[in-house]
Design a binder for this molecule. Structure first.
Ligand code: ING
Length: 309
């Protein structure tokens, strides 16, 4: 049998520091309408999609930091997204900065076509640094502003398939993908804000787009899952962010690709059953994995295997 679904990646162009949430939300609703008109039943938005990528600035004052976070979801500013979901009968994935009591997370949610929150994920692999490093043309203070996610990597039954989520830097770590693959994920939704220039590796500017797709395509292929990756892209407050939003098949092939660095919707028809072509062959986990030999992968010491070599 086949389990078809039409899906969309909704890439956002730059969001200015002083752009109100309502403006970003209006842009996203317009893209939901475009995606719906093209038959999409799910739209994936970027990481921290409601505001500019604020971790690029050092802020000592916690109230100034908290102004970039959402204390409730939905709120008056974000309710139009949930209203559009119900009006259009379309699900969406949204990345945002979450306050949960004394805790702060880089969060993503999956919302159903009835506006119900079906799943929540909090970013586990937080890149960047903790303290003010003014030598950088722009900083990356996710380790300062967010706590490590505490919800694991949930995979839920939704829209006829098994859907997982991750966020940005998570996609670079194979553990992210395998933890969802072990839960039989058939679609992974993710958003990202990835600067073209990475101050720690100035020679890597030319590699950012390649590493973006390499990470998502490898994750898709090695776990037999579709991937929808949506960028916040373009020149945002002086920082050039890559685009390359893409929809990727379980074979690792890119089946839809954004070609601009602005607001852009790309759509593809998927079939969750296609995942079986991978997961019942070269990546049949039950047949071929050797987990009794993988202990070093979760050894907190980490270095044990080096001593063994
Ligand atoms: N952004 C970047 C990412 O992982 C980064 C951080 C860029 C890490 C380049 C390493 C190299 O795509 C976020 N938000 O994680």
């Amino acid at each position: 049998m086949s389990r078809p679904l039409t899906v969309a990646a909704a890439q956002l162009g730059p969001i200015a520091k002083d752009e109100p949430r309502a403006s970003a939300v209006a842009r996203m609703v317009a893209m939901m309408e475009k995606a719906s008109a093209r038959g999409a039943a799910l739209v994936v938005f970027p990481e921290l999609a409601l505001t500019t990528f604020f971790p690029r600035w050092f802020m000592a004052d916690q109230p100034a930091v908290d102004a970039w976070f959402e204390a409730e979801m939905p709120s008056a500013d974000t309710a139009p997204l949930f209203d559009a979901a119900r009006r259009l009968g379309i699900a969406f994935h949204l990345g945002y900065a979450e306050i949960d009591g004394p805790h702060r997370y880089n969060t993503a949610i999956l919302v159903g076509p009835d506006g119900a929150i079906l799943s929540k994920y909090r970013k586990v692999h937080l890149p960047g640094h903790w303290d003010d490093e003014p030598w950088r043309p722009f900083q990356h203070l996710e380790k300062r502003y967010f706590e490590r996610g505490n919800l694991g990597f949930p995979v839920v039954d939704a829209l006829g398939g098994r859907i997982g989520m991750c966020i940005c830097n998570d996609r670079r770590w194979p553990e992210t993908w395998r933890l969802m693959g072990l839960q039989d994920a058939e679609l992974v939704c993710l958003g990202y804000n990835t600067p073209q220039h990475y101050p720690n590796a100035p020679g890597h500017d030319r590699l950012q787009d390649f590493h973006n797709h390499l990470s998502m395509q490898a994750g898709a292929y090695q776990n037999g899952t579709y991937v929808i990756g949506a960028a916040k892209a373009g020149l945002e407050e002086g920082c050039e962010l890559i685009g390359g939003s893409a929809i990727i098949a379980p074979t690792g092939e890119i089946i839809a690709l954004a070609t601009t660095r602005g607001d852009e919707v790309v759509v593809a028809d998927i079939d969750f059953d296609t995942c079986r072509e991978i997961r019942k062959n070269i990546f049949d986990f039950a047949q071929h994995r050797q987990p009794d030999l993988y202990g070093a992968l979760v050894d907190p010491a980490g270095g044990a295997i080096r001593k063994a070599v």
